[in-house]
Design a protein around this ligand. Sequence first.
Ligand SMILES: C[S@@+](CC[C@H](N)C(=O)[O-])C[C@H]1O[C@@H](n2cnc3c(N)ncnc32)[C@H](O)[C@@H]1O
Length: 359
Amino acid sequence: MSVSPLARLLAERIREHGPITVADYMAAALGHPEHGYYMGRDPFGRGGDFTTAPEISQMFGEIVGLWCVVVWQMMGQPGRVVLVELGPGRGTLMSDILRAAATVPAFGKAAEIHLVETSPTLRARQRETLKGVEVAWHERFEQVPDGPLLLVANELFDALPIRQYEKRQGLWHERLIGLDTAGGLAFVLGPEAGPDVAPGVRDAPDGSLAEVCEAGRALAAALADRIARHGGAALIIDYGPAASAPGDSLQAVRSHQYHPVLETPGEADLTAHVDFQALAESARTARVWGPLAQGELLMRLGITARAGILARSGGPEVVADVTRQLRRLIDPAEMGTLFKTLAITHPALPPPPGFERLS
Ligand SMILES: C[S@@+](CC[C@H](N)C(=O)[O-])C[C@H]1O[C@@H](n2cnc3c(N)ncnc32)[C@H](O)[C@@H]1O
């Protein structure tokens, strides 16, 4: 088994200071300045490790772009709106948002674009994709200037570090990462600790795992607070259950295949399911809509009609491509149901597009 440079560094740290939390491990695996997964690579697409919705089809970003325009109109068309994307990857989603939104030129004039991105490599990629567009980059959401907000985050929350807990003989203990007898990284049971989770998770039977994403909850609370003070809305899209549930969702993916979680930190993507119930509860200073399945939202917002128009623009190959892309985005067996969407809005706004009827 090959050992990554980050695995060696973490093993050294554990030998000196003792086991680390799963959150510490995840933060290092993804964000270590030198060896972190996102720091030095573009992981998207067929030759990479995974593909996201905006990379599957332009339809995704176009629909999200029109959602932003309609919410801006509901906000009374402010002359300045802070348009933010958290974790913009290659910049594809923002590029598609802006192209679709160009149908309403006043929106383009009002939108001040801010990207929150920790990876220098992906910032460079975003600069290329968004050439000619005035963009400001930030390390953290808190650095984005105040003002009426329109914010989009696709597959960002799943990258935020989680802590894990395991129930043994009726008591919860934190699950930590220590060393096995051969000196390799291994899960170990930490001291007794009561996780801050929903009652249905807390009362789960022995052997259950519970997960808490403190960074995700804090970010949802910060977004809601900003929206309550300055107006606007946020659309969060990610994968995970609508209601908090026990279970181990920590997963590593490399070259589109699942990979052992502790094997090569820094060289495989590492994510956890997003607990939408916990996010919704953290965002209560504003109004929360959903979660609604991604496929349902996209269909309500007209993706099938958009696919029809795109398919008619080319020959049989285009029809086959668009049909395949549509299926990946909306089919319950693909991204349609596992992926959820959650909207956070200012309490004075009407229901945001697609969330009028919640099922
Ligand atoms: C899975 S990618 C999603 C990219 C894009 N939203 C898309 O849908 O294609 C995660 C993105 O979030 C960025 N990222 C990861 N952790 C972050 C953090 N703590 N703050 C800001 N960006 C982060 C990554 O560098 C990457 O751009």
